[in-house]
Design a protein around this ligand. Structure first.
Ligand code: NAD
Length: 264
């Protein structure tokens, strides 16, 4: 029975197409009765996002570029006007110049470091603050991160630094909002073939390596990421906040490849 999210309303930020992690999450939440609003970045992506959002009965589909603070404010004003409040938020937004997602981290430019941090890290703090102002106790929010935050992944470079700061933000925001009864967590996803994922230099090799050497010996699906998001955004995870939860087939626990993987 689709009831886990019945009566709950949430905002999904970060759908680009039907391969997006945010899309997998949206489908899982909708299947459990959630009412969804979506944002899209610019008109070109809007053409893809609108039909997807409408297929999940969304009628609040808003343009929002997190580099433009006015569009962030307009998004939350529109939600407040239409719904009066918000029960959950999904932030699945990340960006860095792909010319710097290859080669050495040391060669990151000041301009791209700042832009990557604003879009991939600070935007979560900015939207979380606005969401918290219209959330009741029992609400929850999540963002998406990657294991390149704590361990070096070739070519992930400045995104790894931004994800480390994003995970720290999750802990600080969890503390800020905890007494309001609002929970804040991160999902650390294994590699998924998406628009953002394919911007990382030599991403195919990194994806293949992780899939081969993870304990489960495979990648993760959008459905699995959706299921974890559902858990973290529903009352099932009522006592969980400030966590970075891995959904990566266990890749984060290994120190060397499994003997079976070395034989293969
Ligand atoms: P995606 O390309 O489908 O989604 C990235 C989204 O970020 C897009 O919808 C894009 O419009 C949005 N975005 C970028 N700049 C923006 C801006 N200025 N304003 C508003 N939106 C903006 O790729 P995805 O892999 O689904 O990425 C979603 C999140 O998951 C990202 O934070 C990414 O770092 C994270 N993640 C991805 C993987 C992976 O392997 N794909 C693994 C772990 C974490």
């Amino acid at each position: 029975m689709p009831s886990l999210m019945q009566g709950k309303r949430g905002l999904i930020m970060g759908v680009a197409n039907d391969h997006s992690i945010a899309w997998g999450i949206a489908k899982a939440l909708h299947a459990q009765g959630a009412e969804l609003a979506f944002t899209y970045q610019g008109d070109a992506l809007g053409k893809r996002v609108k039909p997807l959002a409408e297929s999940l009965n969304a009628d609040l589909i808003l343009p929002c570029d997190v580099e433009d603070i006015a569009s962030v404010d307009a998004t939350f004003a529109a939600i407040k006007e239409k719904w009066g409040g918000l029960d959950f938020l999904v932030h699945a937004i990340g960006f860095s110049d792909k010319n710097e997602l290859k080669g050495r981290y040391a060669d990151t430019t000041r301009a791209n470091f700042s832009r990557t941090m604003v879009i991939s890290c600070f935007s979560f703090t900015e939207v979380a603050k606005r969401a918290s102002e219209i959330m009741k106790p029992g609400s929850a929010m999540i963002t998406l991160t990657f294991g390149g935050s704590t361990r070096v992944m070739p070519n992930y470079n400045v995104m790894g630094v931004a994800k480390a700061a994003l995970e720290a933000s999750v802990r600080y925001l969890a503390s800020d909002f905890g007494r309001q009864g609002i929970r804040v967590n991160a999902v650390s996803a294994g590699p998924v073939r998406t628009l953002a994922g394919s911007g990382i230099g030599d991403s195919r090799a990194m994806f293949a390596f992780q899939q081969k050497h993870s304990p489960l010996g495979r990648g993760v699906t959008l459905e699995e990421l959706g299921g974890t998001a559902l858990y973290l955004l529903s009352d099932l995870s009522g006592g969980v906040t400030g966590e970075t939860h891995f959904v990566d087939s266990g890749y984060n626990i290994i120190s060397m490849p499994h003997p079976d993987a070395l034989k293969a």
